[in-house]
Design a protein around this ligand. Sequence first.
Ligand code: DP6
Length: 348
Amino acid sequence: WVVMKTARAPSNIAVIKYWGKRDEKLILPINSSISVTLDPEHLSATTTVAASPAFHSDRLWLNGKEVSVEGERYKNCLREMRARATDVEVESTGRVIKKEEWSSLHIHIASENNFPTAAGLASSAAGFACLVYALAQLMGVKENYEGELSAIARLGSGSACRSLLGGFVKWNMGQEADGRDSIATQLAEHSHWDDLVIIIAVVSSRQKETSSTSGMQESVRTSPLLKFRAEEVVPKRIEQMEKAIKSMDFAEFAKITCADSNQFHATCLDTSPPIFYLNDTSRRLIGLVERWNRHAGEPQVAYTFDAGPNAVMFARNKEVGAELLKRLLYQFPPSSDADFSRYVIGDQ
Ligand code: DP6
């Protein structure tokens, strides 16, 4: 017999960035972060997990290619989920898989993204959130405390803990050494601010040169700006951003989002050797938005860039979103290396 479950989880984009760990094993961050979960129609991972006595080892396929499941991150997620498994009835046969059996049953995992992997569009976030959610369905895992699954997804990739929740999400850095309080909570549903339009400008779908994991390690080791940012800048910004989201204050939201993206990339440049994630197209996009906002007198559009050259842009409403798309297509005609798609959060 085989039992199988499939789940889908969306990607998320940070408006206050997570960059730097205080514990590499437990993946505990040096600052809290805030993100927006994207519509799964546009950026998501779909994962199927299966268990059978006929399987002889845990195995993993990413976008159709088998990769090793021996990495610590996968092993940690699987171990934590197995430890929380419960008795599960196999629907087709009525047989019950006892809770103790899960520790010896091997798991096959197949995961696919509907967007470029590792191009700085948070593919690991969607991937690990999806894996943990699918395993919870398969193994009958119930959360003992709120955020328990989010804390397990965090062991796979820090930003993944934010993808288990929709809308606007805060990952609280926490204080405890065992990471118990380093979990994500929802600040507001998508529908709370459904005027907001998200446009993702895929500038390049190439794999980034420096992964987030190693990039942030180097920054923690060498960047004095990162320490200042984590201790002096982010705590205030988190408070301001929470307020801006609650009151749907677009001007404030845009100001903080752009400033935080720029400071994150400044810490990358402050790292030794320096890390460059933005390219010329990214910088032209920043210029376009900055000029537009200055002429308009108050922010109409915000931009943010993760560990790659692709831009995520927020327009204050549908009209501005449509105008932004027009300007992007005009400035970056289809023959250039940028390819623009329009993504809307909420039910529009
Ligand atoms: C720039 O979550 O990919 O996207 O925890 O090492 O897996 P690991 O890193 P990851 O880092 C994401 C960095 C970021 C900012 C963010 O999403 O907050």
